[in-house]
Design a protein around this ligand. Structure first.
Ligand code: NAP
Length: 449
């Protein structure tokens, strides 16, 4: 019987496990995660107010409850104190790394590390109750104006969360401290700024349009700035998704000004060059005006504009992190592979595979992980006849526990879910996420081993 470890229980890990059990009636799959909670970015990345996308958790749950799939939380692979990749390889016939892209890209400009400047990832982790979140309520305290750098879907998410009020946030599973801080925040101006033009923005139309439907919030665009983009005047040559974005922006540009309490200003052709301090914290972002270079890029004009901001969220994409013991391409931030097989020293290494963002980079929506997982599983199962002869222990989880790892199984996760429902009931809300390691582990330990 083939024993496979999938490292990471986010969408790519779950789809890989699903594909394995669907295609091989014999395979046994352990899905490992360093956290006691499954679902990766669906739990810790999808915005709390995006209930429809979050409901995908139900599909991933079905995979982890399959009788030949086992969730093993609390198992860190690689890094200090983690299970070395070489050791993991001895416990299973094959290992599939689905570890995502765990960090954020940097701007590399002066002032980037000033207090009040955060990566969008840090902000998302905070309101999603990630137990490693570094920030606290101070995020939005005494902030009137915020600037979000980047015009992708994460930028739209964090912009929307800054603009939402208590009534809209309270029904979500957002942790109580983040809810209280956002509900009490005095943020009235949010700028979302792209270095290229509106036709090159990375957000999707559904997400963009949602900004226009927020209560007591007005989206403001400057028609003259949009018109710097030749494709704004004549969008006929654009692919449909970009054309739809331009249409939405044009609708906002044509609208008369309203009297909403909050404003979202969508800006384009502004490249961040420096974060300016005010009293030891960020006070503004200096941008250089850019113009199209005719090849899809932009060039600077030497003209600058300072935009006030007591909070700056840098939302310029994720980046993969090397896992000690696995090859890594530092340029793309991914593990080199062919058809999902990890490539070591120019040769495919049977028994080691990748899927998801660590394989193809941080792009695409959740569903993109399905075909990606399928490709990897096809390679793995083609190699399986040679791999299955390797001697592996009958129960790798028992080996891990004997070596001192406190594995959190499905019952532990279900105990966390119960604790989150109880917390929500006490607070007069629905489910409310537990936001720290202690609470998560205490809850998980109430489960029968
Ligand atoms: P993204 O889509 O790659 O967008 C990154 C943004 O940052 C782009 O606007 C990019 O501009 C800009 N940028 C990069 N480097 C910059 C720099 N040095 N200075 C200024 N701007 C810079 O990344 P993301 O928003 O993090 O999203 C990651 C993936 O998750 C995407 O596939 C996204 O669709 C997905 N996602 C989906 C949803 C959803 O479906 N609701 C929600 C969240 C995330 P350029 O284009 O000029 O490089």
């Amino acid at each position: 019987m083939l024993r496979v470890a999938v490292v990471g229980s986010g969408p790519s890990g779950c789809y890989t496990a699903q594909c394995l059990v669907q295609q091989d009636p014999e395979v046994l799959v352990d899905v490992l995660d360093r956290l006691p909670c499954p679902f990766g970015l669906v739990r810790y990345g999808v915005a709390p107010d995006h209930e429809k996308i979050k409901s995908l958790q139900g599909n991933l749950r079905t995979v982890l409850e399959h009788d030949r799939v086992r969730f093993l939380g609390g198992v860190r692979v690689g890094g200090p104190g983690g299970l070395p990749v070489e050791r993991l390889r001895t416990l299973y016939h094959a290992v599939v790394y689905c570890v995502g892209a765990a960090t954020d890209r940097h701007l590399g400009i002066p002032g980037e590390d000033l207090p009040g400047s955060w990566s969008a990832t840090e902000f998302v982790s905070w309101y999603s109750a990630h137990p490693d979140s570094v920030a606290e309520e101070g995020f939005v305290r005494e902030v009137r104006s915020a600037v979000v750098i980047g015009v992708g879907n994460v930028a739209v998410d964090v912009t929307r969360m800054l603009a939402r009020g208590a009534a809209e946030l309270s029904p979500t599973d957002m942790p109580q401290q983040a809810l209280a801080a956002l509900a009490a925040s005095g943020v009235t101006e949010v700028g979302m700024v792209g270095r290229r033009g509106p036709s090159q923005a990375r957000f999707t139309t559904k997400e963009l349009r949602e900004l226009g439907g927020l209560p007591d919030t007005e989206v403001i665009v400057d028609p003259a700035e949009l018109a710097l983009d030749p494709a704004y005047a004549d969008p006929s040559g654009l692919p449909a998704p970009q054309r739809r974005n331009v249409d939405v922006l044009r609708g906002w540009a044509d609208r008369p000004a309203g009297d909403a309490a909050r404003h979202i200003r969508l800006r384009f052709f502004l490249r961040p060059v420096e974060l300016l301090a005010d009293g030891g914290r960020v006070g503004a972002v200096r941008f250089e005006r850019t113009v199209p270079d005719g090849h899809g890029g932009v060039t600077g004009t030497g003209r600058f504009e300072d935009v006030e901001a007591q909070l700056v969220l840098r939302s310029v994409g994720y980046r993969g992190v090397p896992l000690e013991g696995l090859p890594f391409d530092t340029v793309s931030g991914t593990v080199p592979h062919t058809g999902g097989r990890v490539v070591r020293g120019g040769t495919a290494s049977p028994g080691e595979y990748v899927a998801g963002w660590i394989k193809r980079g941080p792009t695409g929506v959740i569903g993109t992980n399905r075909p990606c997982a399928k490709e990897t599983v096809t390679s793995l199962l083609a190699d399986a006849p040679a791999l299955v002869h390797k001697d592996v222990p009958p129960d790798p989880a028992a080996v891990l526990r004997a070596a001192g790892t406190e594995t959190i199984g499905w019952a532990g996760w279900q105990a966390i879910e119960r604790a989150e429902a109880e917390l929500g009931a006490r607070l007069g809300r629905g489910i409310v996420k537990l936001a720290d390691w202690d609470s998560l582990l205490t809850a998980a330990r109430t489960a029968a081993p």
